[in-house]
Design a protein around this ligand. Structure first.
Ligand code: CA2
Length: 173
């Protein structure tokens, strides 16, 4: 079980992070993007739409402000960099939104890293992976995610932030 204060090793520590260290600062949510997502909006618009990753980052920043969350947004084509950001989130973040892109279907290493994170994790896919090739139907990440948003386009990211905000405030819902 994961996704809130109920199961964590140190609920007080996680709760403080979720509340932004005694309400002095907004809780941090780390938004991670895997390989090739830097090309968003520049190729294959019929699958991934016309919004660029910079547009998605701006959307997340705007909705983060509304939800009183501090958003840290990253993209990498390198597996180890995504893992390092997940490790960094363990110390500081209240939640993670992750689109692992192709690593979704291949990476036990990302699964292992996410397993060390105690707060809510929402997995996002821009396209409906279940309508696509069979190799996209399996995700290593889904088993550790509190929730999954698939096929909602780039809107999936801000939907994920709204869900994280709710889970941070009321972990059991
Ligand atoms: O639908 C998604 O969000 C995916 O995570 C995107 C990955 C794909 O491997 C997953 O199966 C589903 C691919 C990301 C590549 O992004 C591009 C964006 C524009 C042009 C080319 C690639």
């Amino acid at each position: 079980m994961r996704g809130g204060a109920g199961h964590v090793k140190d609920p007080l520590e996680w709760r403080q992070r979720a509340q932004g260290r005694g309400n002095r600062v907004n809780p941090i949510v780390v938004v991670l993007n895997g390989p090739n997502l830097n090309l968003l909006g520049k190729r294959e618009p019929e699958i991934y739409g016309r919004e660029t990753l910079a547009d998605v980052e701006a959307d997340c920043g705007r909705v983060g402000k509304e939800l009183e969350l501090s958003i840290e947004f990253h993209q990498s084509n390198r597996e180890y960099e995504l893992i390092d950001w997940i490790h960094g989130a363990r110390e500081r973040a209240a939640g993670i939104v992750i689109n692992p892109a192709a690593f979704t279907h291949t990476s036990v290493a990302i699964l292992d890293a996410l397993n060390t994170f105690e707060g809510p994790i929402i997995e996002v896919h821009i396209s409906n992976v279940h309508k696509r090739e069979p190799f996209r139907h399996h995700s290593y990440v889904s088993g550790v995610a509190s929730g999954i948003i698939v096929g909602c386009g780039t809107q999936g990211y801000t939907l994920a932030l709204r869900r994280i905000a709710k889970l941070i405030k009321a972990p059991k819902q």
